[in-house]
Design a binder for this molecule. Structure first.
Ligand SMILES: C[S@@+](CC[C@H](N)C(=O)[O-])C[C@H]1O[C@@H](n2cnc3c(N)ncnc32)[C@H](O)[C@@H]1O
Length: 214
């Protein structure tokens, strides 16, 4: 079952310290998506597929409660261990869209490099819709998408099925879950001194920003 395979992959990555590598590699695009949520004091924040929980720690000083959810027990353990100095944070181990979170209670939901691993992206988007308060925002960032040809080998490379959507496909999936699309953009990283140019600088990460209708 692909959920078991995904859990095994990310348990292994967490145990080998790759969660922090993802944090470093994802941070530029993740920041853009995170900022687009426009979080404010008193609100609730959720990261679906939080990895080591870095965005939960970004959110903690800004909101009333920040929650990370991840399928991988080893990722959740790393997230908890890295967050002991933060108040009002919590981490849940769950295979989204299965969860025990309160419906219509989150003002901002974020997900970086996660949704295409799920067997049913449409069901996941509907579940995110239902977790948002009316007017709440969802920022979804993916690197595996149709226009990013460099990513197309990833299911074979990882031995794991993934859902490949185009930019139009992501917009349609949001709309199908009754999430109004506020913005969609490819986020290209600046080339740092000593770096070789690659897809992150050329095609970039795909951000789709949605909002639950009022
Ligand atoms: C590529 S990593 C990204 C982690 C983190 N968002 C980041 O930017 O570093 C994908 C994460 O999604 C989690 N994941 C995959 N499928 C999931 C599911 N159905 N429910 C919850 N988490 C899931 C994995 O365990 C892993 O931690």
């Amino acid at each position: 079952m692909s959920t078991d395979r995904v859990r095994a992959i990310f348990d292994d990555w967490a145990e080998r310290g790759r969660a922090e590598g993802m944090e470093y590699g994802h941070a530029f695009a993740a920041r853009m998506g995170f900022r687009a949520l426009e979080l404010a004091a008193g609100q609730r924040y959720l990261d679906v597929g939080c990895g080591n929980g870095y965005t939960v720690r970004w959110a903690a000083p800004l909101v009333a409660e920040a929650i990370g959810l991840d399928l991988s027990p080893a990722m959740v353990a790393r997230a908890r261990a890295a967050s002991t100095d933060f108040e009002q944070v919590a981490f849940h181990e769950a295979a989204f869209p299965v969860h025990e979170l309160e419906p219509a209670s989150f003002h901002g939901v974020f997900s970086m490099e996660v949704l295409y691993y799920l067997p049913d992206v449409d069901a996941a988007l509907r579940a995110i819709h239902d977790l948002l308060v009316p007017g709440g925002r969802f920022a979804c960032v993916v690197d595996y998408y149709r226009e990013n040809e460099a990513s197309h080998s990833w299911p074979d490379d990882l031995g794991c099925p993934m859902t490949l959507l185009s930019m139009t496909g992501w917009r349609g999936a949001f709309q199908g879950a009754d999430l109004e699309v506020l913005d969609q953009q490819c986020i290209q990283q600046p080339l740092l001194p000593g770096e070789s140019p690659g897809w992150k600088h050329a095609q970039g990460s795909l951000l789709t920003l949605g909002r639950r209708r009022e």
